[in-house]
Design a protein around this ligand. Structure first.
Ligand SMILES: Nc1nc2c(c(=O)[nH]1)N[C@H]1C(S)=C(S)[C@@H](COP(=O)(O)OP(=O)(O)OC[C@H]3O[C@@H](n4cnc5c(=O)[nH]c(N)nc54)[C@H](O)[C@@H]3O)O[C@H]1N2
Ligand SMILES: Nc1nc2c(c(=O)[nH]1)N[C@H]1C(S)=C(S)[C@@H](COP(=O)(O)OP(=O)(O)OC[C@H]3O[C@@H](n4cnc5c(=O)[nH]c(N)nc54)[C@H](O)[C@@H]3O)O[C@H]1N2
Ligand code: SF4
Ligand SMILES: [Mo]
Length: 740
């Protein structure tokens, strides 16, 4: 039987890591996920045989009976399959009606995370929101990495000119607010990141984790330090204070291309290690040592991720991380922070100063960024009365009821809107409110090229994955669905791109005209890249380590790095003049007993067996106990509140209350509790058979849409004040009454 087996090579598109896969299947056996065996591709030059458990469910996803294959509409008696034509007609008619009655802004769109992992979606989604014509466009960006884009735009000239740590060549790495062993690396595409981190130690170097939880990454790190959530900005400012105080500033090769550093320097004096120690709960001597060890290496890098960007100081933190790498001589140099050189550039055009803040959200006055409004303000556009109140909702690859702050409020709002359409493969907690769901092929059915993740990869690579199974009759690709909607909804007719572009054409021309392309230089005509050439290299092509790109890669008008953009300085001034002195005064007045018995700061977590709000139904992943929906808390805190491990507790914020089991563990910093997001699969009407172990509760039922970073308006999930209460009394009552 083995004779029939075929091995197909592709890249995994579930997360940012870009692992190469070898998918073996027997074409003679139909409809059996077990016959699809997914293994790591040992010959992929980037991932070199690494893979996590998630990729192993590609077969289950392919044959998943709960995955939608045809459009469905909600009827009084449940979901009914309808033809594509009927689905398109209804969507066109309803959206046009609302648009003509209330204006385009009455239609809101939410673009979910899987879009960036899906070539067809990514190429046309912006054109769809343009065709709808509404300012109410939201995405996962503004509750994730907006501060990275923000710093990149203002310092280097484009939201996609984001530097990444040259992890393979560094001797000393500080990781803040990132847990790559579980997340597999973010804004640092680095398949096999565990080995890459361990290699730093093998080379005789160190990697240091600063995180309020002793994470999976912290456990294998050379050192781990707890930090109070939301206070990293003070640590970073003290770090810079030390560099300037000790005359340790060195720029390396980027020195001639900097401007405005002198505007930042005067602010640094105030942030002494002594002054920030009690605020951050880091030891003063340790701050000094961390900085001086970092500065003693020729190749060092400081990197911050989710925990630093989804907090109240997200924008400042991302800016200061760049500044530290630059003034310590660790920028645009091997082993430091570097710009990748992808085969297809996402950051191309000259800086457009007008692509930020061109309009504000109606209800909250939050600034637009590259055509999108901050998702923290989305629910207010549904709930605040006015002629442009949102009356129709479009979701694409998203589950904002579970993913966005105050998700339960959004859920309530969805019950009273006029029309909702979702492009999604599942009836999830959000799409169950839709009138129409349009499913698209996924997983092994689609071609893939990582336009985004090659732009933030720790080495340069190129790979094109072809679809393995044709989706079958009457199942249009994502890009065909988007094109059809654009055609029907566009006010001014479709542009040439929409008319003629296909994913393969775009990638072919992108590769040929790109820096390694056969059309980019006469000498490359024979061996330069084209789609054909890349497809022939089924394991992918290594384009070499990161290379220096300053000033060539800068997209600022003057080709300089702006070390102190005005909006960042204004925010820093408030911190310097008001917030820091207040915190210093408060921390001097208080002792270690200051924490009132039941008040905590909430942070989040990811586990290697979860992927945001979806994939929880796959048995292979749900069997694993790696992430359970529990609230983690420190043993001393638990003892103080008489809470024992496994016992249900109530976690309450300004927004609401959730109840879930406590997990008492010394990995938590005192005063901090931790709950994963993406759970809460207990809403009624769901079609996905979520495994028993996985329903959990949604932490976003208690996160706060009004809590944002004042600089970028990114959601500030991290450091949310909550109270914790034991429920043992209530539970005893239930037991007595025989209800459990
Ligand atoms: N409290 C808290 N909230 C968070 C976070 C946190 O750390 N804490 N993290 C935030 C972050 S970083 C992110 S990115 C968001 C993610 O949240 P969302 O943007 O809502 O995205 P997902 O939950 O990943 O996926 C949503 C849906 O996409 C659909 N889907 C997946 N692949 C495909 C496909 O190929 N085609 C189609 N048509 N549909 C598909 C699935 O049905 C899935 O239900 O959550 C955010 N929310
Ligand atoms: N297995 C798995 N992998 C994933 C995902 C998934 O859901 N599951 N999601 C993907 C997505 S969409 C993203 S955006 C990436 C995110 O990838 P990462 O950035 O690695 O995100 P997390 O794993 O959430 O790690 C964030 C860390 O920040 C810490 N933290 C929280 N608050 C603070 C703070 O104030 N200061 C400091 N210093 N640390 C803090 C948390 O304890 C946590 O360890 O992961 C991607 N990969
Ligand atoms: S780490 Fe896992 S989910 Fe991410 S790309 Fe690799 S195999 Fe896929
Ligand atoms: Mo994300």
């Amino acid at each position: 039987m083995g004779d029939h087996k075929i091995t197909h090579h592709r890249v995994c598109n579930f997360c940012e890591a870009m692992c190469g896969l070898a998918v073996t299947f027997d074409p003679q056996i139909e409809n059996d996920a077990k016959k699809i065996i997914v293994k790591p591709d040992q010959n992929d030059p980037f991932s070199k045989g690494s893979m996590c458990p998630k990729a192993s469910v590609l077969g289950s996803l392919h044959f998943d009976e709960s995955r939608l294959k045809r459009p469905v509409k909600r009827t009084e008696s449940g979901w009914a399959e309808i033809s594509w034509n009927e689905a398109y007609n209804t969507v066109e008619e309803k959206l046009k009606k609302i648009r003509s009655q209330y204006g385009p802004n009455a239609i809101a769109s939410y673009l979910g995370n899987p879009i960036v992992h899906n070539l067809g979606m990514l190429l046309f989604v912006k054109r769809l929101t343009d065709a709808i014509g509404s300012r109410n466009v939201y995405s996962a960006t503004t509750m994730d990495q907006l501060p990275h884009h923000f710093a990149a735009h203002f310092m280097f000239g484009h939201e996609f000119r984001i530097p990444v740590p040259d992890i393979d060549r560094t001797d000393h790495m500080i990781l803040m607010g990132a847990n790559p062993i579980a997340s597999n690396g973010s804004i640092m595409t680095s398949a096999g990141v565990t080995e890459r981190l361990r290699d730093i130690q093998t080379r005789g170097g160190k990697f240091v984790v600063i995180d309020p939880r002793k994470t999976e990454t912290a456990k294998i790190a050379s050192e781990h330090h707890f930090i109070k959530p939301g206070t990293d900005v003070y640590f970073l400012l003290a770090f810079l204070h030390i560099i300037f105080r000790d005359g340790r500033v060195k720029y390396g090769s980027v020195g001639a291309h900097l401007k405005n550093l002198e505007k930042l320097e005067p602010f640094l004096k105030a942030f002494t290690p002594e002054g920030v120690a009690s605020i951050t709960q880091l030891d003063e001597a340790e701050i000094e040592r961390l900085a001086s060890e970092f500065l003693s290496h020729d190749r060092a890098v400081i990197y911050g991720r989710m925990g630093l960007s989804t907090q109240i100081h997200g924008g400042l933190c991302n800016w200061l991380i760049n500044v530290i790498n630059i003034v310590s001589g660790n920028f645009d140099a091997p082993g430091g922070m570097m710009f990748p050189s992808p085969a297809i550039e996402m950051a191309r055009s000259k800086t457009q100063p007008d692509s930020v803040g061109r309009w504000k959200s109606r209800a909250r006055g939050l600034d637009e960024f590259y055509g999108e409004l901050p998702v923290s303000g989305m629910v207010d556009e549904f709930l605040t009365e006015g002629p442009e109140r949102v009356r129709a909702f479009v979701t694409i690859c998203g589950n904002p009821v579970l993913s966005t702050p105050s998700g339960s409020r959004l859920e309530t709002a969805l019950e009273s809107i006029d029309f909702m359409v979702s492009i999604d493969n599942y009836i999830n907690e959000t799409t169950r409110h839709a009138d129409i769901i349009l499913p698209t092929p996924a997983g092994l059915e689609i071609d893939h090229y990582d336009l985004i993740f090659n732009t933030i990869s720790v080495t340069n690579n190129v790979k094109f994955s072809q679809a393995l199974f044709p989706p079958g009759d009457d199942r249009p690709y994502d890009w065909q669905v988007l094109k059809e909607l654009i055609r029907r909804l566009s006010v001014n007719g479709v542009d040439l791109f929409t008319k003629f572009a296909t994913p393969r054409r775009v990638i072919n021309w992108g590769l040929m005209l790109g820096p390694y392309g056969k059309l980019s230089h006469p000498k490359r005509w024979l061996n330069g890249l084209s789609l054909d050439k890349v497809i022939k290299s089924e394991h992918g092509i290594d384009l070499g380590p990161l290379r220096a790109r300053v000033p060539e890669g800068l997209i600022t008008n003057d080709r300089k790095i702006n070390m102190a953009p005005d909006n960042f300085l204004v925010r820093l001034k408030t911190l310097h003049d008001e917030e820091f002195p207040e915190l210093v005064a408060a921390s001097q007045a208080l002792t270690a007993e200051r924490q009132s018995a039941d008040s905590f700061l909430l942070i989040g977590r990811r586990g290697v067996n979860t992927n945001n709000s979806w994939m929880h139904q796959y048995e292979k992943l749900s069997r694993s106990k790696l992430v359970r929906c529990t609230v983690m808390m420190n043993p001393e805190d638990a003892e103080r509140l008489s809470i024992s491990d496994g016992e249900d507790v109530a976690v309450t914020s300004r927004i609401g209350e959730i109840r879930l089991p406590a997990e008492v563990t010394a990995v938590m910093m005192r005063g901090v509790v931790c709950i994963p997001h993406g759970f809460g699969h207990t809403r009624p009407g769901m079609k996905i058979p979520v495994a028993q172990a996985k329903p959990g509760v949604s932490v976003n039922d208690i996160t706060d849409h009004l809590r944002t970073d004042p600089l970028t308006s990114n959601a500030a999930f991290s450091g949310l004040p909550v109270t914790i209460q034991a429920l043992n009394a209530a539970r005893d009552d239930i037991k007595k009454n025989g209800n459990q």
